[in-house]
Design a protein around this ligand. Structure first.
Ligand code: ADP
Ligand code: MG
Length: 717
């Protein structure tokens, strides 16, 4: 399609939904609630399931647990009282000669129902079939009643939208009936689907067996009668696959071009002098693992190139990411540039600061901490050190990215992600220097499908090996009412000279109530374990206070360290063998995995007790069971993702997860891999360039339209 007519087609697709027949201001409002403002929105709001109305199912053959459509005669109707709960229900018995089924309403207006069901009349019903004893029931079915004297055949031919085919079922909101929705969507599809142009290269379409987009939309809304129903219900039909592929392809193309664009920008090529890294290696009490050395090698190669590094390092808890980050930081400092370390929370920033400060000080280098709340005079000093270059490394939250924080020469940004930073934040970081190198570290493993989506523009390194000599941690879920046993275990371990962590949940953004919960918990511990020395660590302490408490625990002046999640990272005390997590159901699985990584670091085996309250939800129980069953961080992440879904898993704010219209990264993982491979191949081939016209230019234009703002693609091409 030539550019002008493409533009025209796009305009047509942005026609407001209110211009369709039957869409007045009230319905338009309701559609807006569903996210449907234009006809294009409607086209991409697919049915969430389908109803097989090619023929009615005989009542005698209704399948339990399925959503079925059947026709039958009303044999009896009336209000009943349930025997056990004395609740009123409205019941209608329907039969078609092959069997009978009972329709039930638990919430209803009696006059309304009574008026509708006259004995001997025929109706069409649909709903999920249940079985109670020998009786089959459908609760709150959809009903369509035939007019008096009308035959089923007459009724069927009166509404071609409703019979003889597979019907779409749309998500509804208050005040929008399925029938009305179908009419609106039918118009949208009939009138507008053909204006949706396909921008995928044709060889890919053939190779992947994809339909033209217009046809895919048509089919996804109104499947042909010979469509494989099972594939349709599982979202594997060619129409939906096409739409999913198309959606993934353009996102991945954007990510691929971003990666290529960055790869072409000038950077600061480093020389590897080993001045500080060698010194550090001499100070380290251990040798790097093979995986750490391999990943460092990948990082070094990036740093020495004339283009900026953009690399994600993933590794399970305890795989030793910190030392890799530290080595990378030293390489930057050796090249007379500064390092910014960005953490997602104040607490984590402090933790990182303590670690980096510890090592840098040994090497005669300076680390500073930029805090959110800091006395003005102190802050001025910190900012001055950053600007003058006296500070070699700065740790902070995203406050580091704010205006007013000026570096003498920023050479490297290390982002400790915890899933919270998106592409945008990385872009800001790059503007703080002359295209500094960027190293992103995920504190927790995330499933591959998610990392391809959220971090798809980064090169990936995985530390897939734990340092030697770790003993696996045993994890047990303990219900609150068996607390006595947990206490017994604490006494025993302390008797053996071991130490123990007790962790209280952190209630986000209310450190005060955290403190209260943790303080109360500690009082209670003290009263039942009077002989034990117990210290408390919480988020409202200054770094010095924290260091003091940790110091006492380290030197074994404390038996128990109680804390809010402050200890999530960084603490490393081999003599601590047991961790008890209070209200474990309130933690994310990844967080629990992080936490329990704090024990079992010495030679004695570690034990983690997850205390769950009696009221813990079913989902909560399921999640905690995952913790018992595996210590593999990637498997935990997969399970968590499956149980909670991607939005929750990543945390909703700034999750970095794009809103897909059709695709689902769990269900469509295979298609994602295909689309990604294809998109990266297309980007590599340089087959299309800006200004070169033709298919490539149109594809770029489409990419910008869909993902440009989100990916900051203005200058990509
Ligand atoms: P992560 O951040 O990946 O969870 P850390 O960097 O905190 O892990 O490292 C976990 C622990 O393992 C730390 O105590 C660290 O000192 C130690 N460690 C790191 N690398 C090695 C290694 N190669 N050999 C032995 N211990 C190591
Ligand atoms: Mg770490």
């Amino acid at each position: 399609m030539p550019a002008a007519s493409l533009e025209h087609a796009r305009q047509i697709l942005s026609t407001p939904i209110s211009s369709l027949r039957g869409v007045g201001p009230r319905i338009a409002d309701r559609l807006t609630n569903l996210g449907v403002r234009t006809v294009e929105d409607a086209l991409y709001t697919l049915p969430h399931r389908y109803e097989d109305r090619r023929e009615f199912r005989r009542i005698g053959r209704l399948r339990e647990g399925r959503h079925e459509v059947f026709a039958g005669e009303i044999l009896a109707a009336g209000e009943m009282m349930t025997q056990r709960s004395r609740r009123r229900v409205y019941e209608v018995i329907v039969g078609d000669g092959s069997g009978q089924v009972v329709l039930k309403w638990f919430h209803y207006r009696k006059e309304w129902l009574a008026k509708r069901f006259s004995l001997g009349h025929t109706g069409v019903f649909s709903g999920e079939v249940k079985r109670f004893g020998h009786q089959r029931e459908v609760h709150h079915p959809d009903i369509e009643l035939l007019a008096e004297g009308q035959t089923l055949a007459e009724y069927q031919s009166s509404d071609p939208l409703a019979f003889g085919r597979i019907l779409p079922v749309y998500p509804l909101t208050e005040g929008l009936t399925q029938h009305a929705a179908r009419r609106i969507w039918k118009q949208a599809v009939d009138l507008f689907a053909r204006h949706v142009a396909t921008h995928l290269p044709s060889d890919l379409r053939t190779r992947r067996g994809l339909l033209p987009l217009a046809e895919a939309l048509q089919q996804a809304h109104w499947p042909a009668s010979d469509t494989d129903l099972e594939a349709l219900e599982e979202g594997r039909d060619p129409a939906r696959r096409t739409l999913v592929y198309d959606e993934f392809f353009f996102l991945q193309l954007g990510l691929a071009l971003r990666r290529r664009g960055q790869a072409l920008e000038p950077g600061i090529p480093f020389q590897v002098t080993h001045r500080y890294t060698k010194l550090l290696a001499e100070h380290l009490p251990y040798r790097l693992t093979g995986a750490q050395r391999r990943v460092l090698g990948e990082i070094k190669a990036d740093l020495m190139a004339p283009h900026p590094m953009n690399r994600l390092v993933q590794g399970d808890v305890g795989s030793g990411k910190t030392i890799v980050a530290l080595m990378t930081a030293l390489l930057a400092i050796e090249n007379d540039t500064q390092v910014a370390v960005v953490a997602p929370t104040e607490i984590l920033a402090e933790q990182h600061y303590l670690q980096f400060h510890h090592w840098l000080e040994k090497l005669g280098l300076k680390a500073v901490l930029l805090r959110g709340q800091q006395p003005a005079a102190e802050r001025r000093l910190v900012l001055r050190d950053i600007a003058s270059g006296a500070a070699h490394l700065v740790v902070g939250t995203h406050a580091v990215l704010q205006d007013g924080v000026d570096f003498r020469r920023l050479g490297l940004g290390i982002i400790d992600e915890q899933h919270r930073f998106g592409v945008r934040q990385r872009a800001i970081l790059r503007q703080k220097g002359e295209n500094p190198h960027v190293l992103v570290m995920t504190a927790t493993p995330i499933p591959r499908t998610l990392s391809l989506t959220v971090y798809g523009d980064l090169a990936l390194s995985v530390i897939d090996e734990l340092p030697p000599g770790r003993t696996p941690i045993r994890t047990m879920v303990v219900t609150d009412n068996r607390r006595a046993q947990a206490l017994e275990l604490i006494r025993r371990e302390i008797g053996k000279g071991h130490q123990i962590y007790v962790v209280f949940p952190l209630i986000e953004e209310s450190e005060k109530s955290d403190l209260k919960a943790a303080t109360a918990g500690v009082e209670q511990l003290r009263s039942v374990l009077p002989q034990c020395r117990i210290g408390l660590l919480h988020g409202r302490m200054s770094p010095d206070e924290k260091e003091a408490v940790m110091g006492r625990f380290k030197s074994r002046q404390l038996d128990i360290l109680a804390s809010t999640t402050v200890i999530e990272v960084g603490i490393d005390i081999p003599n601590a063998t047991v961790m008890i997590v209070e209200h474990a159901e309130r933690f994310g699985l990844a967080q629990l995995h992080q936490l329990r990584g704090r024990v079992g670091r010495g030679t004695a085996p570690g034990l983690c007790l997850l205390m769950k309250s009696l009221r813990c939800s079913e989902e909560g129980v399921k999640r905690l069971e995952v913790m018992e069953s595996t210590t593999d961080g990637f498997r935990i992440a997969e399970a968590d993702l499956e149980i909670r879904g991607p939005g929750e898993f990543l945390g909703t704010r700034q999750s970095g997860l794009p809103d897909f219209r059709v695709a689902n990264i769990l269900r469509d993982a295979r298609v994602l891999e295909e689309a990604r491979a294809d998109a990266f191949a297309v980007a590599e081939s340089g087959e299309f360039q800006e200004g070169s016209g033709g298919e490539g230019a149109a594809m770029l234009e489409e990419l910008r339209r869909r993902w440009g703002a989100r990916l900051g693609l203005a200058s990509v091409g």
